[in-house]
Design a binder for this molecule. Structure first.
Ligand code: MAN
Length: 520
């Protein structure tokens, strides 16, 4: 044993006692070296909260003096103190000082069990190695994910440019289509004027019910039907019918794909997010009615209508409303009045023999009406497309548009009971494995991650109302992964769903490696 070894051993002994005579700054047990200056040995000790001054010899004397426990960092005397383990070879760590000498090995460098008699192995090196390997793996994941993230950013940027170009083109097409529509409208008006003038002479000779009266009756029927149906659709009695209120009704699933998309709902609401009663009656009803009739079995081929037509017409004035299964059964075959009227008129019209010239004008007006309708339809379709791309351009796809390539992509997750889907920036759904239709768990709302991590969490809300509860909603937590994948879905509280989604889009090298280095 040489002098140096002897010196080190004795110094070590004195450090453990917590005091070396003559030195001003000592290493105090339970304190990192960096904080030793808070414990100067040549003067009285002031508790770190400033509450009391005690002789330095009372530090680590196994008696708690300071309210904040700062005088006993290396003994279990204070219940609120903390003990620092150096854990050389692994990560340093603070443990509650009450764990010191409690017979349980907490610090991998054994330093917390210095007088309990417990024999602790020093396994910092092995643990450190494992931790470093884990760390390497995590960094590797972030590096690889980050590469894909860069690709997503490039793709996102390209998509936004494409959307912009598409929008320019659509707007030009729209301008053109508007002109065509105006032209077709004019042609229609002119043709209809010629047609009505020609039909005038036939009206005087036809001993039919006054068309004016008929029109009025129809108008009344139309309005009361529309009002009844408005009340039915306005499920929250808010005085307006909204997209969400249409989305829970299969009637409006135009393309029969099992869900009422926002576009579909907008079609019925004349491209508005919500309509009040008056707007509903005057504009939206025209769009809604045919689909409602289709659903209620009112459209029927002409050849099925031959018998019992009169009875059908007598019942024709009933307002449309949701009927019980029984009623529906009873009414079967007695619905479809409006359609029936149309059909009948057509039959009557075709029974009347017009002179050649009048017939030609009728045909001309019919073609003009059809042309106008086609032109109007293409204007509306273009408007819908324009809105769609405007929305896409406005949407927040992340700081670098890294989430843009995920727009509209759907991901599935199946557990024992349900199949869940997450359609990015659109909606989340749930379908029972035993069948039934999709339940909407939320529509895209916004990013809602905590401060500085906005893009780590998505919020989808305003889903199907929970029975006796709120509308269903979903929170989607995003974590770094090599692929885009819906990893799990839970329902932490009734009708509130949590989805875990892994994506390279959040593998941000600079952020995560900075955090990781802080820890080690
Ligand atoms: C359905 C599902 C469940 C939900 C209940 C609430 O069964 O949507 O997730 O908890 O309705 O009644």
């Amino acid at each position: 044993m040489n002098n140096l070894t002897l010196f080190l051993l004795s110094a070590n002994l004195l450090i453990l006692l917590g005091h070396v005579a003559g030195s001003k700054v000592l290493q105090i047990r339970g304190i990192p070296i960096a904080k030793s200056s808070l414990y100067p040995s040549d003067r009285d000790f002031q508790c770190l909260d400033g509450s009391l001054i005690i002789p330095f010899s009372h530090v680590n004397d196994n008696y708690c003096d300071c309210a904040d426990g700062s005088d006993e960092p290396g003994t279990p005397a204070c219940t609120n103190g903390s003990f620092y383990c150096e854990n050389s070879g692994h990560k340093p760590r603070y443990i509650p000082s009450t764990w010191v000498n409690d017979g349980v090995c907490d610090c991998c460098d054994t330093s917390d069990e210095y007088s309990s008699g417990k024999e602790c192995p020093n396994n910092c090196n092995e643990l450190g190695k494992e931790a470093r390997l884990e760390q390497q793996k995590a960094e590797e994941l972030i590096r690889e994910g980050n590469k894909i993230r860069m690709e997503m950013i490039a793709k996102g940027k390209q998509l936004k440019t494409d959307y912009q170009a598409r929008l320019v083109k659509l707007r030009a097409e729209y301008e053109e289509a508007e002109l065509v529509k105006k032209e077709k409208e004019l042609l229609k008006t002119q043709a209809e004027e010629r047609e009505s003038a020609a039909l005038e002479k036939y009206k005087q000779t036809e001993p039919e019910q006054s068309t004016a009266e008929e029109g009025e009756e129809e108008e009344e029927l139309r309005e009361s039907d529309a009002e009844d149906y408005f009340k039915l659709l306005d499920s929250d009695n808010s005085g307006t019918v909204t997209i969400a209120e249409l989305q829970v009704r299969v009637t409006f699933d135009k393309d029969r794909d099992g869900a009422v998309s926002e576009e579909e709902a907008l079609f019925f609401l004349n491209d508005q997010k919500e309509v009040d009663l008056q707007e509903f009656v005057t504009s939206a009803w025209t769009n809604v009615k045919p689909f409602l009739m289709l659903e209620q079995g009112m459209f029927k081929p002409a050849d099925q209508r031959e018998e019992g037509e009169d009875e059908e017409e007598e019942e024709a004035q009933e307002p449309i409303e949701e009927k019980s299964e029984q009623e529906k059964g009873e009414d079967d075959g007695a619905e479809g009045e409006d359609r029936a009227d149309d059909e009948q008129k057509k039959t009557e019209e075709s029974q009347v023999q017009y002179d050649e010239e009048t017939q030609a004008l009728i045909d001309e007006a019919t073609v003009a009406r059809e042309n106008f309708q086609t032109a109007e339809k293409s204007v509306n379709e273009l408007l819908t497309e324009i809105r769609k791309f405007e929305e896409k351009l406005d949407r927040d796809f992340g700081v670098d548009n890294e989430f843009a390539p995920l727009d509209g992509e759907c991901f599935e997750y199946t557990n024992l009971e349900y199949i869940y889907t997450l359609c990015m920036f659109s909606k989340t759904t749930q379908r029972s494995k035993s069948g039934g239709s999709d339940i909407i768990l939320g529509h895209w709302n916004d990013w809602n991650g905590p401060d500085g991590q906005k893009y780590s969490r998505m919020k989808y809300d305003n889903g199907l109302s929970c029975w006796n509860g709120p509308a269903r909603s979903t929170v989607v937590n995003l974590s770094c992964g090599r692929e885009n994948k819906l990893v799990s879905v839970t329902e932490p509280s009734r009708c509130e769903y949590a989805m875990e989604f892994s994506t390279p889009a959040v593998c941000n090298l600079s952020q995560d490696s900075a955090n990781a280095h802080d820890e080690l």
